[in-house]
Design a protein around this ligand. Structure first.
Ligand code: S3P
Length: 423
């Protein structure tokens, strides 16, 4: 698998905050990670990356960071934009962050509100809701912030600002979310404290301070592995995926497939930069049906589109609730998913906070528009693998955001692929 996208961003961002050379390896050669690297260069960091023998990026990153020399263009990457807001809030000067048309439709008040409470001046388009975002960075004070959403991007933004604030900063979230930032901070010598209260809320506290240099190697991306796990469990053949980040907050897809009746194996093989690494396996099974909500949905948030394909091929279908966040991803993933699978003859009932897909529906051929959303493009490809006829996907180039070698891997696994217009 390509290096995990979430981990690759954090390797670069935290690496640039150390103030000494930090070796990095295993980073995804993806558009989103390139956006973070380029933004850090504009903030004055040295980011030297080259392709290794496995096609991943390796190299070095070194701060310090200062006022940005130009607009920080985050491309398609919400993680770059939200986490960088937290970084620049603690850097004296004017910082403008923007991105592509999709990113400029995604909400930023979720990070603007806590950063203002910490003393940063933050303005954004559309009455403070949308990028471009302008951050006047400088002295910050620690706060206790209650986030209305369980978002690792919001949590990480506030923790990164808290690293440079006066006094401790606490972020409280309605449910736990991926804890990559916390783990990497600890790995770089700056542990944060994290606890769950009896209502299931997560509270993470950071003290200001410095990080220590250490080499950061990134494990494979479970969100990319998810496409092959779903294809295998829904009948395409058996698969073994090695070197995948098996952080429990990212294993929602494994939990969801197991609830659907699939046999998914997970064997821990080691650790990289504070993250567990595993070999995952899946094989064809008769899928029953499942309902997903709460914490499992947070842990599978990026895999909910492709899980709909497994749901359609199950006996009783798949129902997803508590997933309103899907509406503000790279696209409105509930309506775009319904349209994409609808074009292949699969009815997806849209809900405000999720979807229901009935079982016993095999995708047929058709034309799917990816709407610039990498995970929708790959979901449609997996529907093609499992369906009765070829699926044509327009806007497939969006996959470069997270998984540029997806088509090569699909071919390697025996998928038949024709590229109609490489322009
Ligand atoms: C991410 C967190 C999630 C996820 C995104 C990556 C991260 O977003 O959907 O792909 O790296 O922190 P939210 O934090 O908005 O839920």
């Amino acid at each position: 698998m390509p290096g995990d996208k979430s981990l690759s961003h954090r390797a670069l961002l935290l690496g640039a905050l150390v103030g000494e050379t930090v070796p990095v390896a295993g980073l995804a050669p993806s558009g989103d990670v390139a956006a973070t690297a380029e933004a850090l260069r504009r903030l004055g960091a040295r980011v030297d990356l080259a392709t290794d023998t496995h096609g991943q990026l390796e190299g070095e990153v070194e701060g310090p960071l200062g006022e940005a020399s130009d607009v920080l263009d985050c491309g398609n990457s919400g993680t770059s934009l939200r986490l960088l807001c937290g970084v620049v809030a603690g850097i004296e000067g004017l910082h403008v962050l923007s991105g592509d048309a999709s990113l400029r439709r995604r909400p930023v008040e979720r990070v603007a509100v806590p950063l203002r409470a910490m003393g940063a001046r933050v303005e954004a388009r559309g009455g403070g809701r949308l990028p471009p975002v302008v951050v006047h960075g400088g002295d910050l004070r620690g706060v206790v912030y209650r986030s209305p959403v369980a978002s690792a991007q919001v949590k990480s933004c506030v923790l990164l600002a808290g690293l440079r604030a006066q006094g401790p900063t606490t972020v409280i979230s309605p449910l736990p979310s991926r804890d990559h930032t916390e783990r990497l901070l600890a790995y770089l010598g700056h542990p944060v404290s994290s606890r769950l209260d009896e209502d299931g809320h997560e509270a993470v506290t950071i003290e200001p301070g410095a990080l220590r240099a250490a080499p950061v190697a990134v494990a494979g991306d479970p969100s990319s592995a998810a496409f092959w796990l779903v294809a295998a469990a829904a009948g395409a053949g058996s698969i073994e995926v090695r070197g995948v980040c098996a952080n429990p907050t990212r294993m929602g897809v494994v939990g969801a497939l197991r609830r659907l009746g699939a046999e998914v194996g997970s064997t821990l093989t080691g650790e990289r930069a504070g993250e567990p690494v595993a070999t995952l396996t899946a094989a064809p099974a008769s899928l029953t049906g499942a309902a997903l909500d709460g914490r499992l949905v947070v842990d599978a948030i990026d895999e909910l589109p492709v899980l709909a394909v497994a749901g359609a091929l199950s006996r009783d279908g798949l129902e997803v609730a508590d997933a309103a966040e899907l509406r503000v991803k790279e696209s409105d993933r509930i309506s775009v998913l319904a349209a994409a699978l609808g074009a292949l003859g699969i009815h997806v009932e849209q809900r405000a906070d999720g979807y229901r897909v009935a079982g016993q529906q095999r995708p047929r051929g058709g034309i799917v528009e990816a709407h610039g959303d990498h995970r929708i493009a790959m979901t449609a490809a997996i529907a093609g693998v499992l369906g009765t006829a070829a699926v044509e996907i327009t806007g497939f180039e969006a996959v470069a955001t997270s998984y540029p070698t997806f088509l090569a891997d699909l071919r390697g696994l025996g998928g038949r692929v024709e590229v109609l217009d490489a322009g």
